[in-house]
Design a protein around this ligand. Structure first.
Ligand code: GSH
Length: 333
């Protein structure tokens, strides 16, 4: 039987009349179970604090057997928070301040950095409030993107995701089995540690898209020099172009075969890894014009184009406001 537990420092005498029955209604609606099944246990007058203040605060737990998707979970938490705010004056859901540091908007994708697209997509999937800082400030690790969470810096897109997951109790992959999580992990690694370097190498064969990105000629030349060095250290830059393309095609084929006719990596519900895959694939799909990668995707792996379109439609309804259309306009978002 579903049970909703609420621990609060609000005194029993300050709990409004009808609170138990109203809470039952909210929970019943949220988990789509009849009110008669639901238990609500309120623990008022607790010795507790949020953020070290004496303001009213609460901690709740919903015990319910059955599947609640990540999206439903986010929606439900919002509804419960709003209810607690209106009834008990509890606002310990005070929105954390998240600043996402990135490079500026891209010509055909919201960033030239696949990792920035990944992180921003993840924030959107988790329905987080964030502010972009496009000042091009690098992290302590010399990379972009990174975040500040209530003033605390976190570097590396995946560490940012995992940090936010921990801080805000987010699990966009809650609908996956352990085995699926392992597959998701491996595909993310394929996309970020292998395919990513092929994207860079193919892009360096055709720099037009970088040239319309607003960077001056010197910084473009420096970036090319840096990336040539990085790809050599990685090892992928030591292969012939043909061999590198073979690697790229292999990665794309594995992704294409696995996704097949599914909308997202594991079906109709996107998971955390979809943000990372989208970050990389969107670059090939839209922001690598005239490259072999673009040709491969649009001719051989068309389901990956459809995949990108589904992700874009679901999480980026404002896509056009977040791109510069080859540097012909300012991105307004
Ligand atoms: N593992 C890092 C990779 C980030 C990354 O490679 N960012 C690139 C831009 S796409 C960068 O900052 N490159 C600058 C450099 O390597 O000097 C992450 O997930 O955030």
């Amino acid at each position: 039987m579903p049970c909703f537990l609420l621990f609060t420092n609000v005194a029993a005498s300050a709990i409004p009349k009808g609170f138990l029955s109203e809470t039952t209604k909210i929970i019943s609606k949220a988990i789509r179970k009849p009110e008669s099944y639901i238990t609500v246990r309120i623990h008022p007058g607790q010795m507790m604090t949020h953020g070290g203040t004496t303001e009213p605060c609460a901690n709740s737990e919903l015990q319910a057997i059955g599947h609640i998707s990540a999206e439903e979970n986010i929606q439900m938490s919002k509804e419960i928070s709003e209810f607690l705010k209106s009834k008990l004056g509890i606002d310990n859901t005070s929105v954390p301040k998240i600043i996402l540091y990135q490079l500026g908007r891209g010509p055909r994708c919201p960033s030239l950095s696949p990792f920035a697209v990944k992180l921003e997509t993840y924030m959107r999937m988790a329905q987080l409030e964030y502010t972009n800082d496009h000042g091009g400030k690098y992290s302590s690790k010399g990379k972009i993107p990174w975040i500040k969470y209530n003033g605390e810096p976190v570097a590396d897109s995946q560490f940012c995701v995992e940090y936010l997951n921990r801080k805000l109790n987010i699990d966009l992959s809650s609908h996956l089995t352990k085995e699926q999580r392992a597959v998701a992990h491996s595909f993310r690694k394929t996309a970020e540690e292998s395919l990513h370097w092929c994207i860079i190498l193919t892009l360096m064969e055709n720099m037009n898209i970088v040239k319309v990105s607003g960077f001056n000629a010197l910084s473009v030349r420096l970036a090319v020099y840096k990336y040539r060095k990085q790809t050599r250290v990685h090892g992928i830059g030591r292969h012939t172009n043909l061999e590198m393309l073979q690697i790229m095609e292999g990665d794309l084929r594995a992704l294409s075969d696995y996704i097949g006719k599914k909308t997202f990596l594991f079906g109709d519900h996107p998971c955390e890894a979809d943000a990372a895959l989208f970050g990389q694939l969107a670059q090939i799909c839209w922001q690598s014009p005239g490259t072999k990668g673009e040709q491969l995707m649009h001719e051989k792996f068309t389901n990956l184009v459809e995949y990108c379109e589904s992700m874009r439609a679901k999480f980026w309804p404002d896509w056009d406001d977040c791109i510069t259309a080859d540097g012909t306009k300012e991105a307004t978002k």
